[in-house]
Design a protein around this ligand. Structure first.
Ligand code: COA
Length: 321
């Protein structure tokens, strides 16, 4: 038994923030941001627009594309770092919006690797026979945890949501998932405040993302190179067996480094970072949805999805689409 992606959906908030707009907010330039990151613009949620609002739109599109109805969903997993509330989970809020009752619904928190983790969880539920039709979402409003006076970080992130429907299938499907973490790197990329630590910052609106960019960059490149090798080896595949790379969209230079590792032409790498920035857990499902809707990824092709993020966490999903 396999799990198989049978529908994808994505949603980006309407408001767009360009590099030129950012020039009026912090000491930066379109040239610097473009050259160092490949990002030209990002979408930003309205003040009253929540992560669940974005997740709902992406989920509805994925359900429609799958040909399923919401009442057939028997598992909801949402990957997010920017939940609407401390509790209930975004997955439960989303379940309510979709008017589904009773099935398991929970959030997964692995920052930018969240969607890869969530697919790994759903794949295992389906393979174990505990679910038949899973809604898996990556949704974020990163703009709400960004320090808009910190040029080191505010130029990098954006908001959005992506979703997939995964169904039990005798036909492959997800071939393997590889999930990893190493908590010793906590302080290189984190929001150093929360409910039980420096809570006053959370209450005062000072819980912001902090990052040591150059160190994160180096770790991301070497770690993603390793996960490519691990995934190919586990499946007894060669680099040339991969039709499409759907990478986490943090920085075009990190994406190019992984593509080089795979000896892959950039024509076979899905790149959305220029228009969307880093949408954390939403970036991989948004990129997947873009490539599917553009008719690039075709049924039966082999797709490698990978991500790296805070924790550190990292992982990959290899699948036949
Ligand atoms: N505009 C203009 N200058 C900026 C800037 C900005 N938005 N942000 C930083 N700078 C400056 C720095 O202050 C530094 O100036 P200095 O040399 O006078 O101190 C200079 O640019 C170079 O900074 P550096 O950190 O060496 O740049 P970099 O080449 O490493 O690029 C990142 C910075 C953040 C783009 C890059 O490190 C990166 O992408 N890191 C990974 C980030 C990431 O992907 N995080 C999420 C992982 S999921």
């Amino acid at each position: 038994m396999y799990s198989r992606v049978i529908g994808t959906g994505g949603y980006l908030p309407e408001k767009i923030l360009t590099n030129h707009d950012l020039e009026h907010i912090v000491d930066t330039s379109d040239e610097w941001i473009t050259e160092r990151t490949g990002i030209k613009k990002r979408h930003i949620a309205e003040d009253d627009q929540t992560t669940c609002d974005l997740a709902e739109q992406a989920a509805l599109r994925a359900i429609e594309a799958s040909g399923k109805t919401a009442d057939q969903i028997d598992l909801i997993v949402v990957a997010t770092t920017t939940a609407d509330k401390i509790f209930p989970s975004v997955a439960c809020l989303l379940q309510q919006r979709l008017n589904i009752h009773g099935c398991a619904a929970f959030d997964v928190q692995a920052v930018c690797t969240g969607f890869i983790y969530a697919v790994g969880v759903a794949d295992n539920f389906i393979k174990a026979g505990s679910a038949k039709c899973a809604l898996v979402v990556g949704a974020e409003t990163m703009s709400k945890i960004i320090d808009w006076s910190d040029r080191n970080t505010c130029v990098l992130f954006g908001d959005g949501a992506g979703a997939v429907i995964m169904e039990a299938s005798e036909e492959p499907g997800v071939l393997s998932t590889h999930l990893h973490a190493d908590g010793q790197f906590e302080k290189l990329l984190h929001v150093p405040a929360g409910v039980s630590h420096e809570r006053h910052k959370l209450l005062d609106g000072e819980a912001h993302l902090q990052m040591r960019g150059a160190e994160v960059f180096k770790m991301a490149v070497t770690t993603l190179g390793r996960i490519v090798d691990e995934t190919l080896e586990a499946n007894n595949m060669k680099k040339t067996d991969i039709d499409w790379l759907v990478p986490h969209q943090a920085n075009i230079r990190i994406i190019q480094a992984t593509a080089r590792k795979l000896h892959m032409n950039m024509d076979h790498v899905v790149v959305t970072v220029a228009e969307q920035g880093n949408t954390s857990a939403a970036s991989v499902p948004l990129a997947l949805d873009t490539a599917v809707r553009e008719g690039k990824i075709q049924k039966g092709q082999t797709v490698l999805m990978e991500a790296f993020g805070g924790g550190f966490t990292w992982g990959s999903v290899l699948m036949k689409y």
